[in-house]
Write a protein that binds this ligand. Structure first.
Ligand code: NAP
Length: 287
């Protein structure tokens, strides 16, 4: 199998912009497309080709990466827009976080056209995307994963083949249950510390280094201390991920009360208009 050199990249948001930049830095030929065209400019300035349409992007590239928002967005991008330019032998890699069941259906539809698909959601946040240190969890055929691996290596460090189609999204769902509950734990801890009259910097310095430590406390804790609630990872996106986890786990049992609680708290925060804050903006619920 020949080495992949021409990559199409769809979705230049917080994550996608940095990921596409890292692909360019690694020497890949990258063609980009974004719904809001303005966001393609910084990529064009450093050598990316800007496609007029998604059909053109699909025609001109061998591997197409999508990182958009939610399940209906991925469906729209692939099956209403890219599809007319996709032919047998192309590979679609969806790196958005979406419903595991839907990604399996998408991969089956594409397989019927002899187009391979991997689900390859990521974790590591805006920082990991910028530094090229994302965790990438992929589902799909092992041989397709191995072919795409050099592309993943330009964007991530911990790159794991999790199993067949859907298994990348299933692992990501678990990851997002943990992230949601960590965000609840951290914002509740900050709120309690304030109520009992503690110095928040001192509290944070102590709890990060012991058994209570977490990625959230290390990376989002300092932002909370500065009063910086900009995303990172939007609260509305964390809610989307908890919705996927809540709907999926409810199919099995109602015993997953932690997931249900995190979903409820993030839903309330979103209803209060906090969706565009970072996930640590959940702290506003406690005020
Ligand atoms: P974002 O900044 O809101 O960017 C979303 C991107 O998707 C934008 O380029 C947007 O286009 C595009 N988009 C959305 N719906 C679309 C549609 N229907 N058709 C075409 N383009 C569409 O989001 P993000 O933070 O980069 O997150 C992207 C994905 O990565 C999500 O699934 C998220 O859960 C996942 N993720 C995010 C993080 C993080 O820390 N941010 C970490 C891990 C995983 P416009 O520019 O036109 O709006």
């Amino acid at each position: 199998m020949s080495k992949i050199t021409k990559i199409g990249f769809v979705g230049l948001g917080i994550m996608g912009k940095s990921m596409a930049l890292n692909l360019l830095k690694a020497g890949f030929k990258v063609t980009v497309w974004n719904r809001t065209q303005e966001k393609t400019k910084p990529l064009k300035e450093v050598g990316a080709t800007v496609a007029e349409t998604l059909e053109d992007l699909a025609r001109e590239t061998e591997l197409i990466i999508t990182i958009v928002n939610d399940t209906p967005d991925v469906e729209e991008v692939i099956f209403q827009k890219l599809i007319s330019g996709l032919v047998a032998g192309k590979i679609v890699v969806d790196m958005s976080t979406i419903d595991p069941g839907a990604t399996v259906e998408f991969s089956k539809k594409l397989a019927s056209l002899k187009i391979e698909m991997l689900d390859a959601p990521v974790s590591g946040g805006d920082i990991g995307a910028r530094n090229g240190t994302l965790t990438i969890m992929a589902g799909g055929k092992k041989e397709v994963f191995e072919r795409v691996l050099p592309v993943f290596q330009a964007m991530g460090k911990n790159i794991v083949h999790c199993g067949g189609n859907g298994d990348g999204q299933r692992v990501k769902m678990i990851n997002q249950v943990l992230c949601g509950l960590h965000a609840v734990a951290m914002t509740e801890a900050f709120s309690i510390a304030k109520d009992v009259g503690l110095d928040l910097d001192i509290m944070h310095k102590v709890v990060t280094s012991g058994a209570a430590g977490s990625w959230a406390l290390d990376n989002l804790g300092p932002r909370l201390l500065k009063g910086d609630k900009e995303p990172g990872f939007k609260l509305s996106m964390q809610l989307k991920d908890l919705r996927i986890a809540h709907e999926t786990t409810q199919k099995y049992s109602e015993k997953y009360r932690g997931t249900a609680l995190a979903f409820e708290l993030f839903s309330k925060a979103n209803e209060k208009g906090l969706g565009n804050l970072g996930s640590h903006g959940l702290i506003e619920l406690y005020k």
